[in-house]
Design a binder for this molecule. Structure first.
Ligand code: F3S
Length: 643
């Protein structure tokens, strides 16, 4: 039987287990990436392991999230990451060099390699044929130390693209269509593999827009073959030697098959507050717009911004609209500067931002209250923009640009002529913003600089025999990591300071939670389905850990967050009978007896609700390795014990 492309890469990297769907496998990791908001913690964890030098082929640290420097914290974090990288063999991409996924695609991505990154949009690398997976910082730290990365062997979904996009319909509309079909839960436990004649019409950056936002499906990752378009991109980046042709076997067998005819697609928009709440732009046309933001790791390539510049050239942004543009990398920004397109953007009234995540992570440009913001980004969760009552719509660069001019949601097919951007023969290459690590001989001379914002990784002890805890919080379905650990300019700088950042944990849902959880000492959070969807941020596990949360009991989990809870040593439990969700209320006294024995036995965990006098059966499907991690009090303790 033939193999899919994802299966081929997994097979080449398999260290532990067999490629049986639904079972745990450990794979060798060739490359890692971190961004600063998760990176500080990942490097503190790496240091705690006591390993001198990274053992991957390539590890890169990017500074792109917390680039706003309104106090010393972010600058201190950047300096810590820069020095810790220099010492331990990690390449360092300076602030201003661009968004991690965009730069990694341009300068480091290699078809057929495995990449894990402490950022949920790491699957962007699938656009160049990598098996690229978002993970927690601790997983990345372990991989940098040469350890395997564990996933459940996913199902493989084939999305077959037929036909060709019409003018002013874009790659963003393809992934929005996939989201419409599959929903934000539809990709859980799956890899999305793109095939079909239609892929030949898509460049690597277009493919990367699609694999990037595959994260919103909850998928393990998404991947495109490596073909002549990949070679063209790599050649233009002066990296033709990184090319290998890669595709699925002709007789590959997929678990699901979806067909999308690109010729029939129309511009789409994801409506507030979920990336799968997709409607056609035609349906929404005429809605007043207050703000337009163009950029992010989804849509800030050279071609994206050239299209925007073409639409804006010689025109003026509508009176009532604030237009902000953040080019994805220094390379993109510099090319726009050299060919004059930057001048077209500035001339039209765009506010040009640094090449960084910026408004995508709530770092500036929060919309006005009740404002309607059209963004080319990948997430529109409530409050992520920094304005709680703002309405965020996710759209293509074409829709964003024309709507910025008209002041209302506008279908670009009716407004702008089609404009095709050819792949440049040569991108403007200058890696002077990437700092090489010190050589092995020189590494001991490097001093790691720590400011007062750098606090140690919280120490934990092994799982107790019995747990007596109260329900410190009860939440609904689809809780995101933005609910658990909000971002924004005030909170993000505290990412390397767990005690301080914990004060903001869950405050979007319940301002009293941090104080209550701390006072209880030991507690359990209860939630609905798809708990923890969204980003890879491990602070959404580390902050509850610091506040004394011992277990999270929900109807179902999102993949990365569940893994992060296990890594933190927090027990992830699911209701055996979802109706039992109604048998626990805030403040109830919960008791788990002989928990270590129950974990080891693997038949689920029984919780006694002493307040209501009922027994609640839960599922706790842990692999043997995960059981050991939980019993050890988290992945760091486990790794140290097994070093
Ligand atoms: Fe940055 Fe937003 Fe992407 S925070 S990495 S641009 S999802």
């Amino acid at each position: 039987m033939g193999l899919t492309l994802a299966e081929k890469i997994i097979k080449n990297h398999l260290v532990t287990g067999e490629m049986i769907k639904g079972t745990d496998i450990g794979i060798r990791i060739d490359q890692t990436l971190t961004q600063d908001a998760t990176g500080t913690m990942a490097y503190l964890e790496f240091e705690a392991m006591g390993i001198d030098r990274v053992r991957t082929e390539r590890s890169v640290a990017y500074i792109d999230h917390n680039t706003l420097q309104t106090g010393f914290e972010n600058a201190d974090d950047h300096r810590f990451i820069q020095t810790v990288c220099k010492k331990h063999g990690i390449w360092f991409s300076r602030p201003g060099n661009g968004i991690c996924h965009q730069v990694h695609l341009e300068r480091f991505g290699i078809p057929g390699k495995t990449l894990i990154g402490s950022d949920s949009h790491t699957p962007t690398g699938g656009g160049i044929g990598m098996l690229a997976i978002g993970a927690g910082g601790l997983d990345v730290a372990v991989a940098m130390g040469g350890g395997e990365y564990y996933i459940t062997m996913p199902k493989i979904v084939n999305v077959e693209l037929q036909g060709e996009l019409q003018e002013n319909v874009s790659a963003k509309d393809i992934i929005l269509e996939v989201l419409r079909i599959m929903s934000v839960k539809g990709g859980v436990g799956k890899i999305i593999e793109y095939t079909g004649e239609g892929i030949k019409t898509l460049s690597v950056p277009q493919r990367a827009t699609i694999t990037n936002m595959g994260a919103e499906l909850g998928a393990t990752t998404s991947i495109f073959p490596s073909d002549e378009n990949t070679l063209e991109f790599l050649k233009a980046q002066d990296r033709a030697d990184a090319y290998t042709e890669l595709k699925a076997d002709d007789d590959a067998v997929y678990d699901e098959h979806i067909v999308i005819n690109l010729s029939e697609l129309a511009p789409l928009a994801a409506c507030p507050h979920s990336p799968d709440a997709v409607k056609s732009v035609e349906e929404l046309a005429g809605m007043k717009v207050d703000q337009v933001c163009i950029g992010s790791c989804t849509n800030s390539s050279y071609a994206d911004l050239m299209k925007v510049a073409h639409i804006l050239k010689g025109k003026t942004v509508a009176d009532g609209v604030s237009l902000a543009i953040a080019p994805g990398s220094k390379q993109v920004l510099n090319m726009l500067a050299q060919n004059g397109a930057l001048s077209d953007l500035i001339d039209a009234g765009a506010r040009i931002l640094e090449s960084a995540c910026g408004p995508c992570i709530g770092m500036g440009q929060s919309p006005n209250s009740k404002g309607v913001s059209l963004r080319t980004f990948n997430r529109n969760f409530l409050g992520r923009s920094g304005t709680k009552d703002a309405e965020i719509y996710l759209v293509s660069p074409e829709v964003a640009a024309v709507s910025a001019l008209t002041g209302v949601m506008t279908d670009p097919r009716a407004y702008a002529d089609g404009y095709k951007v050819d792949m440049p023969e040569h991108f403007l290459i200058n890696d002077n913003m990437v700092i090489e690590p010190a050589s092995v001989d020189e590494m001991d001379k490097v001093e790691v600089l720590r400011g007062p914002n750098i606090k140690e990784f919280p120490k934990t002890s092994g799982m107790a025999q019995d747990i007596s805890a109260s329900c410190s919080l009860k939440v609904e379905d689809n809780i995101t990591t933005d609910h658990i650990m909000p971002a924004g300019a005030k909170i993000l700088p505290l990412r390397s300071n767990i005690p301080a950042i914990s004060e903001h944990c869950f405050t979007v849902c319940d301002t009293e939670f941090p104080t209550r959880a701390k006072a209880l000492g030991s507690s359990i959070i209860v939630g609905g389905s798809n708990y923890g969807q969204g980003s890879s941020r491990e602070h959404a596990a580390l902050a509850p850990l610091y506040l004394g949360v011992k277990a999270v009991l929900v109807k179902s989990f999102a993949r990365i967050h569940r893994a992060n809870l296990i890594n933190a040593g927090i027990l992830p439990l699911e209701f055996a009978d979802e109706n039992d969700y109604n048998n626990i209320d805030l403040g109830d006294n919960l008791y788990i007896e002989n928990i270590r024995d129950q974990i080891a036995a693997g038949n689920g965990i029984t919780i006694i609700n002493k307040t209501k006098n009922v027994e609640i059966n839960t599922k706790c499907a842990l692999t043997e390795r995960q059981k050991d991690i939980i019993l050890a009090g988290g992945l760091l303790n486990y790794t140290m014990m097994n070093k």
